[in-house]
Design a protein around this ligand. Sequence first.
Ligand code: SF4
Length: 242
Amino acid sequence: MKRSQQIGCERQIRFTEESRRNSAGPSVSVAGQSNEPGPDCPFCPRLKDYRDANRALHPHWYNAPVHSFGPADARLAIVGLAPGLQGANRTGRPFTGDFAGDLLYGTLTELGFARGSYEARPDDGMTLVDCRIVNAVRCVPPQNKPLPAEINTCRTFLRATIDEMPRLRAIVMLGRVSHDSTLKMLGIRATVAPFAHGAEHQAGSIRLFDSYHCSRYNTNTRVLTPEMFRAVFARVQDYLKT
Ligand code: SF4
């Protein structure tokens, strides 16, 4: 086990109802009227039931929709899939607390898109530089597999997050679900911009970059190597210099 994972286990933050509400932003009464869902977002019944079950099982975990991380005036957005059960769903910050975060934050730090020391906990002081991370689906799904209806419903919040980024020039889409949902959000047909690791597509003023998701499964099977992942962000870095 890596040191960062050990720290996350040893010094786990204990969420209470009040702290979860304070960290989870405003509530919404109608979809589309807020850029972040409230802690009890009811729009996906299956995910709400799963959230309730996890709150009962793990009352000191975050167990709420995970909000975007990073400044709204960033030029780069990274769109992930959904919170991992023991990762972001536990800690409350995207990609924080499981293997995917080790690779993502390590790569971002190396290329200057993040600053600080990633310690797999939301108060480790990490900051993102010109970069913002958001998930296509804000609530943890069973077996890491959101249903199409859930992806479609949560796109309301993905769109709101992207819409509030006035300087946005690039989006990295981690995996096919992220790719497909981002394309739908932008009104682009999938046949025009097929998913492939390392592929790039232009959507108006925004450059789209595809990458395999940085999951433990993909790296263990060598579908994605750290070098392949780094190369995508190096391309983004070059693009943002133009
Ligand atoms: S996935 Fe999104 S839309 Fe569905 S319940 Fe969670 S926050 Fe609400």
